[in-house]
Design a protein around this ligand. Structure first.
Ligand code: GLP
Length: 220
């Protein structure tokens, strides 16, 4: 029913009894199927109201180095960000290792909530080499693209190393992302390099598991 769009985003699904009649299945089977679809993020439950069809996930091709702004624009979605933190600070051991600099080196930490069509999608914390990104300190990063600003400042973005891990959204992040604590998430880490091979960005982001899906093309 969802695939044929008989049931659309935000719609209440039929009752277990109706599903049993329609498909000639037992109540247990119907309940199980609904539970699985809730777990997969295809359906969501609202206390006291029922079970509804969730929005389609944003599908992201893993092989291309793009920015959040480019990704969402490509899909015709409006991008907005909330800057939660933007600080100049010394690099701690983890950030220093990823950026291949000494501990204590000056970096810019930028934490943003990224929205698409007004809906929270991800929480991103970028750690940027101060010398490369200092121009962004003068820019309103709630309205600008980090990568566009860096390019404008002469940075030639070349490639990135990225990893994906399954995670659960913690309590503080859950509130900002507008999901229940313990919801599924994708933890994405990226180290981005410029054309000279210098690592200028280390990002840790929490993407909502119910809104995001990664795809890739595999070749033999
Ligand atoms: C993606 C990447 C981040 C990068 C960001 C830049 O979301 N995962 O590593 O910092 O794009 O996005 P924008 O240029 O829209 O600010």
């Amino acid at each position: 029913m969802i695939e044929s769009e008989e049931l659309q985003e935000g719609q209440l699904i039929p009752s277990e009894r109706e599903l049993c009649e329609r498909y000639g299945i037992s109540r247990m089977t119907a309940r199980q199927a609904i539970m699985e679809l809730v777990n997969e993020g295809v359906l969501y439950r609202e206390q006291g109201k029922g079970t509804f069809v969730a929005g389609k996930k944003v599908q992201q091709e893993a092989a291309r180095l793009t920015s959040f702004t480019e990704d969402m624009r490509e899909r015709g979605m409006a991008v907005s960000s909330t800057v939660l933190e933007m600080e100049v600070e010394p690099a701690g051991p983890v950030v220093a290792r990823f950026l291949r600099v000494d501990e204590g080196e000056r970096i810019i930490r930028l934490k943003r909530l990224r929205n698409a069509d007004g809906e929270p999608m991800a929480l991103e914390t970028s750690h940027l080499l101060y010398d490369v990104a200092r121009g962004t300190l003068e820019v309103d990063m709630s309205k600008s693209s980090l990568y566009e600003e860096l390019r404008r400042g002469g940075v030639s973005i070349s490639h990135a190393e990225q990893s994906y891990e399954a995670a659960l959204v913690g309590e503080a992040d859950a509130e900002v992302l507008g999901v229940a604590p313990g919801s599924p998430a994708l933890l994405i880490e990226r180290v981005t390099f410029d054309a000279k091979g210098r690592a200028f960005e280390y990002v840790r982001s929490v993407y909502r598991g119910d809104r995001y899906r990664i795809t890739s093309v595999l070749r033999v």
